[in-house]
Ligand binder design. Structure first.
Ligand SMILES: *Cc1c(COP(=O)(O)O)cnc(C)c1O
Length: 426
């Protein structure tokens, strides 16, 4: 599409946008002057869908009216509540409904997945992650390695971008797997890198890793609700994601987990078990022989927090109303491309975009460094915030900007770029 750098053009794109009405399904934070904030931070905390309040209130009233009987009464009984989220999660990550479950939090799920899929031996003991992994992932991996009595210095294999580059070249990942694969027990990479916004080629990484006998899992914190995926077809072993970023389910809301169907019947796979993973039909006999469900539900430990699951259900219904992840991805590409076009037109060399440009190598987010004009990035960031933009600042000098197709507009992108330009003046 031929883009134009003017407000009328941005507004015209909004008028033509089939998802434009979806913005009305969300609470948009207000500035002190009553105008909408330019909220470009949905990669950190997604906005609240309007229906969330209704879904939560429904569960509060079920609890008021029925108390313990709420487990079996009403339209959404608590006992099987996580099942009401399965189709929505399955659609987002490209799985069947038995392969996904809502449980725990993201980092907790990474640990539980490593309990099952990190089985180090003296010859195959490494975990491949990226050098710039989200700290929580780094700590989780490091502590798992130590827990098994190995030395992170030797067992943690960190992949870095080439000198002077920001994104990791896809061929470098495959080459490292080819070279080191025999000693790698587990490959755990992001679907979308949180800092640069780079999308990893999950299909190719999975294939390359499994060809070498490694398990392959992904952290989808920045991928779920951002890009379409096909975890089942790609034969990914496991994946975990949180639900409060692009999935708009509220701060700290329950996370998602995928385990490929091929592992469901394997009773030898070690796991840390809890009663909610026990066969549903006999769970309440309260017997001592653990009989795992033949699905990813087998990894559940506890009965889940229903209020949080209700917020996820509200979010998944909102995404469904928009036509699902494929519709979101279509708009997302145009929206992000438009943002990149405006940044390049208006700011040229004053700003560097770390996010790759190749088709399929980026989603909703552009990561910018602004260390020009003798201003440091943090000062610029404070100025844009004061002007009504909510973005995300990452030490040492990156501003992450995420135009989210569910509720952001082309006009948001236009206004943001002009505010940023102003903020770069001395
Ligand atoms: C957001 C994010 C987390 C956060 O972990 P929690 O357990 O949900 O607090 C972890 N890893 C990545 C890659 C993230 O983007």
């Amino acid at each position: 599409m031929q883009f134009e750098n003017n407000l009328e053009f941005a507004q015209k794109l909004d008028q033509k946008d089939p998802l434009h009405q979806m913005r009305n399904e969300f609470h948009i934070p207000q500035q002190s002057d009553g105008n909408d904030e330019i909220y470009l931070c949905g990669n950190s905390l997604g906005l609240q869908p309007k229906r969330t309040e209704k879904y939560l209130n429904y569960e509060l009233s079920q609890w008021q009216k029925y108390a313990v009987k709420g487990h079996f009464s009403g339209d959404f009984p608590w006992m099987p509540y996580h099942e009401f989220l399965s189709q929505g999660f399955a659609n987002l990550v490209g799985a069947n409904t038995k392969e996904v479950v809502a449980m725990n939090s993201l980092t907790a799920n990474l640990h539980f997945m490593m309990v099952s899929f990190y089985r180090p031996t003296p010859t195959r003991h490494k975990i491949l992650i990226e050098d710039h992994a989200f700290p929580s992932d780094h700590y989780a991996v490091e502590s798992q390695i130590k827990y098994h009595g190995f030395d992170p210095q030797e067992s943690m294999l960190l992949i870095k971008p080439r000198e002077g580059e920001e994104a990791i070249r896809p061929e470098d990942i495959l080459k490292l797997i080819e070279q080191e694969g025999e000693s790698i027990a587990l490959i755990m990479l992001p679907g979308v890198q949180y800092y640069t916004g780079q999308v990893f080629d999950m299909a190719a990484i999975t294939q390359a890793g499994q060809d070498k006998g490694c398990y392959v899992g992904f952290d989808l914190a920045h991928a779920a609700g951002n890009i379409p995926m096909k975890l089942h077809d790609w034969n990914v072993d496991f994946a975990c994601w949180c639900s409060y970023k692009y999935l708009n389910s509220g701060p700290g809301s329950v996370a998602g987990c995928f385990v490929h169907q091929k592992h469901h019947k394997n009773k030898d796979l070690p796991r840390f078990a809890g009663w909610w993973g026990h066969n549903q039909s006999t769970r309440f006999k309260m017997e001592n022989t653990f009989d795992p469900m033949e699905s990813t539900e087998a990894w559940q430990l506890s009965n889940p927090p229903i209020l949080s699951l209700a917020a996820i259900r509200a979010s998944l219904d909102t995404i469904e109303q928009a036509g699902g992840i494929s519709e979101l991805a279509k708009k997302s590409k145009t929206l992000t491309d438009y943002l990149r076009f405006l940044l390049t037109e208006e700011l040229g060399d004053d700003i560097k975009i770390l996010t790759p440009t190749e088709d399929g190598a980026y989603g909703c987010q552009l990561s910018l460094t602004v260390d020009t004009h003798g201003l440091d990035g943090k000062t610029v960031f404070e100025r844009i915030e004061a002007a009504g933009v909510t973005g995300d600042w990452r030490y040492p000098n990156v501003i992450r900007i995420a135009p989210v197709p569910l509720y952001n507009t082309f006009e948001d992108c236009y206004r943001f770029v002009h505010i940023l330009k102003q903020s770069l003046q001395q």
